[in-house]
Design a protein around this ligand. Structure first.
Ligand code: HEC
Length: 111
């Protein structure tokens, strides 16, 4: 009985360590267009971004993407073009209001 409990607990801890934590938005950025949504939608769990706490490694670092149409496509239909070397693991943000998509696209564009 006890060994199984220990194994279960070890498995649980291992799993939790694999699951990246969502970066918390510093109060100073909570009103900044783009940045606020990057925290709300937890992009930093999977991407390294030039924002506090955004150190994710599941997806590529977000910088230097100078193509608004491509960024929007990546948000709406992430599986259409998968960056080589990464898994097709990004959730779709196609359900977001158009204004939020635009805000995110502008933010990622200038990174
Ligand atoms: C669960 C993890 C996860 C989350 C959350 C996530 N992404 Fe991604 N993202 C990925 C992965 C994995 C890829 C690479 C595969 C692909 O191209 O679809 C990717 C690719 C991208 C790309 C294309 C990058 C390139 O170099 O071509 C962009 C842009 C992007 N993500 C933006 C975002 C934004 C903005 C958010 C938050 C609104 C976000 N992602 C949230 C996992 C994630």
């Amino acid at each position: 009985m006890l060994p199984w409990l220990a194994i279960g607990l070890a498995g649980y801890i291992w799993f939790k360590r694999m699951e990246p934590a969502a970066p918390v938005c510093p109060p100073s950025l909570s009103g900044v267009p783009g940045a606020r949504l990057m925290y709300r939608y937890e992009c930093g769990r999977c991407h390294r971004v030039a924002l506090p706490g955004m150190e994710g490694t599941m997806g590529p670092p977000l910088r230097g993407l100078r193509d608004r149409a491509y960024i929007e496509e990546s948000l709406r239909y992430p599986g259409r073009r998968v960056v080589p070397g990464y898994i097709n693991g990004m959730p779709s943000f196609n359900e977001l209001p158009a204004a939020e998509i635009k805000e995110l696209v502008e933010y990622v564009y200038q990174l």
